[in-house]
Design a protein around this ligand. Structure first.
Ligand code: NAG
Ligand code: NAG
Ligand code: NAG
Ligand code: NAG
Ligand code: NAG
Ligand code: NAG
Length: 513
């Protein structure tokens, strides 16, 4: 029998109440990775985003005149691919501010905190437009908690990048309204660089910013704002690049961390030092356990002395199902990646098979500096990195069919469960995305489906399957395999309950004819 429950809304990721020591695995592994892996091997390709107001309510405001333009939809379309139960649209939008700051040369680190609660409706109307009078602008900023100086700083810092598109604002940026022949009028002479050129050019009187120099005075809102304190704030920003840098980092930090009183943001995310990822743990046709994965090592300069990927080797040691023994698994250096503000990482991969009679319960990670013959052991805060082989995701035979039927495709998931646990409740929790009228960000719900035995077994394992129909239009989604029989995480609240979590659907291989 199949029970289906459709939960309406997914609860926001509950941030840690206090900064705790990281224990693997964690519910924030995903968001940490999107933030940390900006370029290179296994990059999450977050790239740079755009600034906006930060409960994600801007998603609901796309049809309002002040947000007009494809740029927003384009940005959000891009985020959609990273948007999940572990990364809210509002958090991704906040992260885009930091990513664009860092990737355009900003050097003062802006911390990223997660835990923004997704807006369920549009925010109040009345985001200032170019023709909005100064008094109204000041009042709007004051309502949001920003002084006149803050307002001028925000305008200058926001307009150090980019420009105005003729496609969206032909009355401001003179040019074609055809998307394929867009004219961009830049705010300053270095539109791709986070620097104080925008302020310097204004003070010198050489600015090209259309919101300052436009002949139609209704449009020159930047000029009205900047002049409103007799050029005091802009002059300070123009005088010293370091002042501009510090003030901008500060105002962006305040902007993205402005949330409703009921929302509690996490402490700033720091890149995790040593982080494993199990990519495969399943029973193969020969009856062995396939165990593959990778270890990410933080190699950022100045963080850990002597962490040079060209003089580093990594191995694992694992204990059998009963917690005994210490078998070595070697790894290969597979690549490097880069994060924000100079973070770097090196990846070490492993793939092995484990005898059924042995099994696996946990492992430790060892880092060796060959030139110094020094080895450091990492034990996940003394818990070991726990692996539970009592329930296995048989990923080689779990996939979404390529055949479409009535607009849906069948997704079959197979698991192998140790006999002694086979009577414990076992469910699939799959995330469904729902499209909403006029809103680019889809709503998420969880559907719960029971696994059923298929009447096959292998050694101490019995096989179960669950099937669901997925909309053909949904390109991919995530799911958890939830077993009450699995061991609990050593950490307390805020950690995953079972450890086969946040898996991603994959399409079945093409059948060769
Ligand atoms: C592109 O826009 C410019 C400026 O508006 C115009 O002169 C030109 O003819 C347009 N080109 C095409 C191919 O439409
Ligand atoms: C502010 O600076 C601009 C550009 O240099 C200048 O034209 C304007 O007169 C200044 N305004 C005041 C009040 O100093
Ligand atoms: C100046 O800009 C405003 C706002 O876009 C517009 O309504 C007005 O017609 C413009 N005036 C002139 C003279 O073009
Ligand atoms: C990773 O970086 C190190 C130096 O930091 C370099 O020696 C090595 O070739 C890089 N490896 C890969 C796979 O890119
Ligand atoms: C497809 O949908 C139609 C109408 O809803 C239904 O009658 C039919 O049984 C469905 N076919 C399958 C294979 O589910
Ligand atoms: C942005 O996307 C929404 C939802 O798909 C759509 O209703 C809206 O027309 C789009 N806006 C633009 C400017 O394309």
């Amino acid at each position: 029998m199949k029970i289906t429950i459709f939960a309406s809304i997914i609860a926001a990721l509950t941030p840690f109440a206090t900064a705790k020591k990281y224990v693997w695995p964690s519910l924030y592994d995903e968001i940490e990775e999107i933030l940390s892996l900006q370029g290179g091997y296994l990059s999450r390709r977050f790239a740079d985003g755009r600034t906006g107001g930060i409960d994600g309510s801007i998603w609901f405001e796309l049809n309002r005149v002040e947000n007009g333009g494809l740029a927003f939809n384009n940005t959000f379309n891009f985020f959609n691919f990273l948007y999940s139960t572990r990364a809210s649209a509002a958090d991704l939008l906040a992260m885009s501010v930091i990513a664009s700051h860092s990737s355009c040369g900003g050097t003062t680190k802006i911390s990223f905190c997660y835990g923004r609660v997704e807006a369920e409706e549009a925010g109040p109307a009345g985001v200032p437009e170019t023709h909005t009078p100064l008094e109204t602008m000041l009042a709007r900023f004051a309502t949001a908690g920003y002084s006149q100086e803050d307002m001028i700083t925000m305008v200058a810092c926001g307009h150090t990048l980019g420009g105005v598109h003729s496609v969206n604002n032909p009355q401001i940026s003179i040019g074609d309204t055809n998307v394929y022949n867009d004219t961009v009028t830049h705010f300053d002479g270095s539109p791709n660089q986070y620097d104080n050129t925008v302020a310097v050019e204004y003070v010198r009187g050489t600015t090209t910013n259309p919101l300052v120099v436009h002949t139609n005075s209704t449009i020159t809102s930047d000029k009205r704002i900047i002049r409103s304190d007799k050029n005091k704030t802009i002059s300070a920003l123009a005088r010293k690049p370091s002042v501009f840098e510090t003030k901008c980092a500060n105002i962006f930090s305040r902007m993205i961390d402005t949330v409703a009183r009921s929302v509690k943001l996490s402490p700033p995310i720091e890149a995790i030092d040593i982080k494993p990822k199990i990519t495969k743990l399943y029973l193969d046709e020969e009856g062995s356990l396939v165990f593959s994965g990778r270890v990410r090592v933080r190699t950022t300069q100045g963080v850990k002395k002597g962490r040079d990927p060209s003089d580093l080797s990594v191995h694992l040691t694992f204990a059998n199902r009963k917690g005994k023994g210490s078998t070595v698994i070697k790894t290969e250096h597979a690549g490097n990646s880069t994060g924000l503000y100079g973070e770097t990482f090196a990846w070490y991969e492993f793939s092995t098979t484990i005898k059924l009679s042995s099994g696996i319960s946990k492992f430790n990670i060892h880092l060796t500096v060959p030139s110094k013959k020094e080895t450091t052991k990492y034990t996940n805060g003394g818990h070991g990195y726990l692996v539970d082989d009592s329930v296995l995701y048989q990923e080689d035979v779990s996939c979404v069919s390529r055949t479409t039927m009535n607009g849906t495709r069948r997704f079959t998931i197979r698991v192998a469960v140790q006999k002694e646990q086979s009577s414990s409740p076992l469910t699939l929790e799959i995330v469904r995305f729902e499209k909403r009228q006029g809103v680019i960000v889809r709503k998420m719900g969880i559907e719960t489906v029971n696994f059923e035995p298929i009447g096959e077994s292998s050694g101490i394992w019995v096989f179960f399957e669950a099937t669901v129909q997925l909309a053909t239009s949904a390109w991919s989604t995530t799911f958890d395999i939830v077993s009450e029989g699995m061991r609990k995480h050593p950490g307390k609240s805020g950690y995953p309950e079972a450890n086969i979590e946040f898996l991603r659907t994959q399409t079945c291989p093409r059948v060769s004819s």
